[in-house]
Write a protein that binds this ligand. Structure first.
Ligand code: GLC
Ligand code: CA
Length: 557
């Protein structure tokens, strides 16, 4: 019987830990992480003190995009295990009080999906083709793509096929890799199929779905060209490719399905949307009859500056409040440069509307890792003190850096090929986790032949080493999460900014909690009854604490 808390709105405060299954733990020595590996290490997540796991795609997949290319939505990739393993994980996690969120990839399938194979074998205009987005090309012989839309991974978003009679044929749309054809969400058969997929997993006890590229599924009718020479940023809210009004009815339909589970032991199920959108557009997805939560990428992409973060936090809270949703905070995931490396860059944030993918701009610039680590410790203290839920990507709790020097020949991210070797992609944040021991693969696997190599310099950053080190990231995360559980001021709720110098963030939450983060050169002196936690040791004289540069403190005021 599940022992998960009965609360219907657990996601409003939850700290969710993202597992990238390929890299979490390899139980059978084949060099690929797997579900048994997750089960065997659930004790780590209990020790850490998170509330839920989000598991990146675990479905059968050729792994052309790390599993975000799904060939069967209702089964498990044999490299990761079986459906029985998945069931065992859900059961065991629930026994331990952990919720499970899995990943839904509704914008596209893999080219290996049986329906895409049927579409290729069928003729233009057939019902099989209509499940995807096929069009005739332009030009005299259809040799030009149907419109000028770019793929997120580089190049055109269209790929021409060869018809089964051997002639050059129609084109299909793929927002991402060429092996990821976009579904046609205007086709009722596709809509129904996803209803079935949701129920398949909800019936097996999963507590929710993370929705991959939740702003992309519906395209503007007629697939009009993007305006030439227009900055992508100016297109936000106005692009025929993204954030279309037709998403709302789909989200409402899914919400109704999740709510049907109200009376089950796990309670109603939830959705968290992945969408790189500004707050005001994003929160429309969180209206009461739509989705429950979304990732706050403006927070993730913000530069390490009090001004930028203050604006992001204030706008974010106001936007979420306007629809009655709980905000969330996130510092990293499997698509973004790891925080300790990012905050060690001279330019530590990105303009949200920049057309380049969020990882591309950090490659090849120097990293001050000592500075980055100091800031990342302060950043998580900020993240976990703010009102709402939070996401922790595996390895953040160990302070793992981005692996910036992976050899070219091990890179797997399709971005590397599609950008013609100009963008090294996202493999650097997907390197397997170090668990124990003094050399690679650090207890991650029994083979040295891991799917991405683990640097030989990570002995101090294993779970085992950090557990016993009071100054480690793991000890900090664990202390913060324990406080968050016990302290009624933390989690969902409200906050109030205190007067402070421009380069200091200082806010209070009731009852009796204050968080101060100093971004400036001058140390700040604060009066407090006691210091609960500090990101680095601070001078503390009775009721006075001195908070230095790039340092954070949680205080009882
Ligand atoms: C999301 C995923 C990313 C994937 C893309 C296409 O952004 O997080 O990893 O490549 O969607 O599915
Ligand atoms: Ca394995």
């Amino acid at each position: 019987m599940a022992t998960i808390p009965a609360a219907n709105d657990w996601w409003r405060s939850a700290v969710v830990y993202q597992v990238y299954p390929r890299s979490f733990a390899d139980s059978n020595g084949d060099g690929i992480g797997d579900i048994r590996g997750i089960i065997e290490h659930l004790d780590h997540l209990v020790f850490l003190g998170v509330d839920a796991l989000w598991i990146s795609p675990w479905y059968p997949s050729p792994l052309a995009d790390g599993g975000y290319d799904v060939s069967d939505y209702c089964d498990i990739n044999p490299d990761f295990g079986t459906l029985d393993d998945a069931d065992a994980l859900v059961t065991r996690a629930h026994e331990l009080g952990l919720r499970i969120i899995i990943d839904l990839v509704p914008n596209h399938s893999s080219e290996e999906h049986p329906w895409f194979k049927e579409a290729l074998a069928a003729v233009p205009g057939s019902p099989e083709r209509d499940r995807y987005i096929f069009r005739d090309g332009h030009g005299v012989n259809g040799e030009l793509p149907p419109n000028n839309w770019p793929s997120v991974f580089g190049g055109s978003a269209w790929q021409r096929i060869t018809e089964s009679d051997g002639t050059p044929g129609q084109w299909y749309l793929h927002f991402f890799d060429v092996s990821q054809p976009d579904w046609n969400w205007k086709n009722p058969e596709v809509v129904k199929e996803f209803d079935r997929i949701l129920k398949f997993w909800f019936d097996r006890g999963v507590d929710g779905f993370r929705i991959d590229v939740a702003n992309s599924m519906v395209k503007e009718s007629g697939l009009p060209d993007l305006p030439e020479n227009e900055e992508i940023g100016e297109l936000v809210g106005n692009s025929p490719m993204w954030d279309q009004p037709g998403l709302a009815p789909i989200q409402r339909r899914w919400r109704a399905i999740a709510d049907e589970y109200q009376d089950t032991p796990e309670g109603p199920r939830m959705f968290v949307a992945e969408a790189y959108l500004p707050h005001d557009r994003l929160v429309r997805y969180l209206e009461p009859d739509r989705l429950h939560a979304s990732f706050n990428f403006e927070f993730l992409l913000s530069a390490w500056s009090a001004g930028s973060l203050r604006t992001t936090i204030t706008e974010s809270l106001a936007a979420h409040e306007s629809v009655g949703a709980s905000a969330t905070w996130v510092l990293g995931n499997h698509d973004n440069f790891r925080p300790v490396s990012r905050y060690g860059k001279q330019i530590s944030g990105l303009d949200f509307s920049d057309p380049a993918p969020p990882h591309a701009q950090f490659h090849g610039t120097p990293t001050d890792i000592v500075l980055g680590r100091r800031r990342a410790r302060a950043a998580v203290m900020l993240e976990l003190a703010l009102p709402g839920g939070a996401y922790v990507y595996q390895g953040e709790e160990l302070g793992l850096p981005e692996v910036e020097d992976l050899p070219d020949d091990v890179l797997q991210d399709p971005t590397w090929e599609r950008s013609e070797h100009t963008d090294r992609g996202r493999d650097g944040c997907r390197v397997p986790l170090p668990w124990s021991g003094s050399e690679a693969p650090y207890g991650w696997s029994s083979t040295d032949n891991t799917w991405l190599p683990i640097p030989n310099t990570w002995a101090d950053w294993t779970v085992e080493a950090e557990k016993n080190d009071p100054s480690s990231f793991l000890t900090l995360y664990r202390t913060l999460l324990a406080e968050r559980r016990d302290n009624p001021a933390l989690g969902a709720g409200t906050m109030r900014w205190n007067d402070s110098p421009d380069d200091v963030l200082d806010f209070s939450r009731e009852p009796n909690f204050r968080c101060v983060v100093n971004f400036g050169d001058d140390a700040v002196l604060v009066m407090a009854d006691s210091v609960i936690v500090a990101s680095a040791s601070l001078e503390n004289h009775g009721e006075l604490a001195l908070i230095g540069r790039d340092q954070a403190a949680w205080l009882r005021s």
